[in-house]
Ligand binder design. Structure first.
Ligand SMILES: Cc1cc2nc3c(=O)[nH]c(=O)nc-3n(C[C@H](O)[C@H](O)[C@H](O)COP(=O)(O)O)c2cc1C
Length: 271
């Protein structure tokens, strides 16, 4: 178990780890003045005890990473004002025209580094990413996906006609000739929500680096259901949970399109 114990020389029994642990791994001694790590409980490795301890008193090992402290970690609202974040999100567009330019590996590393901080249910961390950057491979995959969609009895005729029309003005109507596609996969189908959040983190990180992205639900549907395309063309044996394109946008957007308000109930109670 990576969490080993509490360093009692450092611990001031502030009880923060005891109160914050979602798996109730900490107990109090009989006099209720000392916190003890109960090894019999099932730690879910969320690391909250490490994060919350003001005195760095949690002993652990084998977490495959080290805690990081930085200015703003205690007051995240100071890192990014609401208006900046809101406008950043409003300005995010799904990019469907890409420059023929690869993303430097260093920037890909940054995006992947952000993705690993996405929350996961029960703290299970089993997501994997397959990056495909070979132009020929992307084209092959795109064509196989188009053929699968056009021949599928499950795709409505109306939608097939839309796809065919798009073939008139896009060589690649699936990945839009993006220089990279990123496929998130896992052995666990229960990772679906985790993958969705993880991809969203990656897309937002990409935008800070001047890069554009687009969710590719069409590719997801085919890769999820067609074993031959998934294994032979994408080289993935796991379950595919999400797909997005990545690259430099060829376009600019001058305004955020209208978005209707969310249907909300309960807000009026706060008047
Ligand atoms: C789950 C999901 C799947 C999507 N799949 C596709 C897709 O296969 N192809 C595509 O061009 N856009 C796809 N999109 C992008 C949406 O169509 C896009 O969000 C919408 O057009 C609004 O544009 P915006 O993202 O620029 O605001 C998908 C978006 C989501 C969230």
């Amino acid at each position: 178990m990576p969490i080993k114990s509490i360093n009692q020389d450092k611990c001031t029994a502030c009880l923060q780890c005891y109160k914050d642990c979602p798996a109730s791994c900490f107990v109090l001694n009989e006099d209720k003045n000392q916190v003890i790590y109960d090894k019999r409980q099932s730690c879910i490795l969320c690391g909250h005890c490490i994060a919350i301890c003001p005195h760095d008193a949690i002993n652990y090992k084998n977490l495959k990473d080290e805690p990081i402290t930085f200015q703003g970690v205690q007051n995240p609202q100071e890192l990014i004002p609401y208006k900046t974040l809101h406008e950043f999100l409003m300005a995010k567009r799904s990019i469907r025209q890409y420059k023929k330019k690869k993303v430097p590996k260093n920037d890909l590393d940054k995006i992947l580094n952000t993705m690993r901080y996405a929350p996961t249910a029960s703290n299970v961390r089993s997501l994997k990413c397959r990056i495909i950057s070979n132009e020929k491979k992307i084209k092959e995959l795109s064509e196989a996906i188009v053929n699968a969609l056009l021949s599928s009895p499950n795709v409505p005729k109306l939608y097939k006609n839309v796809l065919k029309r798009r073939l008139d003005y896009h060589d690649d109507i699936i990945f839009y000739e993006a220089p990279h596609i990123i496929i998130v996969h896992s052995q666990n189908l229960s990772d679906m929500t985790n993958a969705t959040i993880c991809i969203t983190y990656g897309m937002l990180a990409a935008q800070t680096l001047g890069l554009g992205t687009c969710w590719i639900g069409l590719a997801f549907e085919v890769l999820r259901s067609d074993k031959k395309i998934r294994t032979e063309l994408a080289g993935i044996l796991d379950k595919v949970l999400g797909v997005f394109t990545l690259g430099y946008s060829e376009t600019k957007y001058y305004r955020t399109p209208p978005r209707p308000p969310l249907k909300v109930e309960g807000l009026e109670e706060l008047d």
